[in-house]
Design a protein around this ligand. Structure first.
Ligand code: M6R
Length: 383
């Protein structure tokens, strides 16, 4: 059942090269070779995305007032990671709602809202209630689930199955990366007609093509993450700093550490560092900084420098071959986690993998139950 692994979480982390491929299978058309003399061949449409469950709704979604992502836990983090991608590709306002908070506030939802409900199990009580609430208000409800026939899959008007395969460990790992792939594909499907976005779309589709191999590559960091976990296993707390696309990575990594390793951990938006969190920084508290090369890189470099100036104990997640970061960190004695580079909207998919491995090893070393953390259920069917 565990396919030679000790725990389901470990198996599911290692399945990700395949699970993301399954999410894309039959939906992403990479390069199409022009047939000689074929007059119907359109060079601009050689790379395309077809989401069977959404094809009839694409123009309705495009004409909506806004896209609203609604989810809980890790699924919410997947929405957060993909918000900017969706804003840039669909060119619509995108709002994010934790299902419980949306219900607590009875937030306004309108007939021309496009509500996207993201849930691995498809049975989460708050997400399901928020779905009923949005339906009563006449919004188009789109499901992004991993469970065919689940309540959310059945009750939404249309949707996308992420096809990540059964996830048994309470900690969501492969569903998270597949949710991000599915939401990115949705953004690509919504932008298909945009000439302005064509080259951006093509580079994302190219990057999706090599994503499984890049995840395979990053899984090789397992031994390194075990040695980092050895170093951190007695700690009381672990902070994770990120911003932009990787704010979600910081929150998700901290959730994994909390949930399974039962260690206090907090994901922090690096832009908020000086508004409070900086007071926590000393020579003892371990801090992971996510500083891969994207639009936020220069700002993250400056965060690293400011933390190092305060003697912080840093673990920096950066891209392989980042000599600038290597140089800055050499003097501070920081530890580097080096990951392959991809387009910025897919980088969170690569970046979370070593942090999933870290939380897995921390849990084993601390002697806690990996697949069934205390007090938690895989599917939260009561609010
Ligand atoms: O099944 P769902 O995606 O709706 O579940 C939502 C959360 O309960 C879930 O992601 C939870 O946060 C995970 N156990 C985190 O690993």
């Amino acid at each position: 059942m565990k396919g030679g692994y000790d725990h389901y979480m470990q198996k599911e982390i290692n399945e990700q090269p395949d699970s993301v491929l399954q999410t894309m299978r039959g939906r992403v058309k990479f390069d199409q070779k022009p047939k000689a003399m074929d007059p119907s061949w359109d060079p601009y449409h050689e790379k395309r995305i077809t989401l069977g469950g959404l094809v009839d709704r694409i123009s309705t979604i495009r004409s909506g007032r806004r896209i609203m992502f609604i989810a809980c836990g890790t699924s919410f983090h997947a929405c957060l990671a993909c918000r900017q991608t969706m804003e840039e590709l669909a060119e619509l306002p995108v709002s994010l709602e934790l299902a419980s908070d949306l219900l607590d506030r009875r937030a306004p939802i309108f007939r021309d809202d496009m509500c996207v409900f993201v849930s691995q199990s498809g049975e989460t009580a708050d997400t399901l209630k928020a779905l009923e609430y949005a339906k009563e208000r006449g919004a188009l409800c789109i499901g992004v689930t991993n469970t065919v026939g689940s309540a959310i899959a059945r009750s939404t008007h249309c949707g996308v199955h992420i096809n990540a395969g059964c996830e048994i460990g309470v900690a969501s790992t492969k569903a998270y990366t597949s949710q991000m792939v599915a939401l990115t594909m949705m953004g690509l499907a919504l932008s298909e007609d945009s000439i302005r976005l064509r080259s951006k779309r093509n580079s994302i589709i190219d990057a999706l093509g090599v994503l499984p191999d890049q995840i395979r590559e990053v899984l090789k960091l397992d031994a390194e993450m075990l040695s980092l976990a050895e170093q951190l296993k007695e700690e009381q707390s672990l902070l994770v700093f990120g911003r932009g696309y990787n704010y979600a990575t910081a929150l998700e990594a901290a959730l994994k550490v909390k949930e399974v390793a039962l260690m206090h951990s907090e994901g922090i938006l690096a832009g908020e560092m000086k508004h409070g969190p900086l007071a926590l920084v000393d020579e003892l508290l371990p801090i992971i900084v996510i500083a891969t090369r994207d639009r936020m890189y220069q700002k993250m470099l400056s965060v690293v420098q400011q933390l190092l100036a305060r003697g912080a104990r840093l673990i920096i997640l950066c891209n392989s071959g980042d000599s600038e970061m290597k140089e800055i960190c050499a003097s501070g004695g920081s530890r580097l986690i080096k990951v392959p580079e991809t387009v910025e909207c897919l980088q969170p998919i690569i970046n979370i993998v070593p942090l999933q491995l870290l939380s897995y090893h921390l849990t084993v070393l601390r002697g806690y139950n990996v697949d069934q953390p205390r007090n938690l259920a895989k599917s939260v069917t009561v609010s």
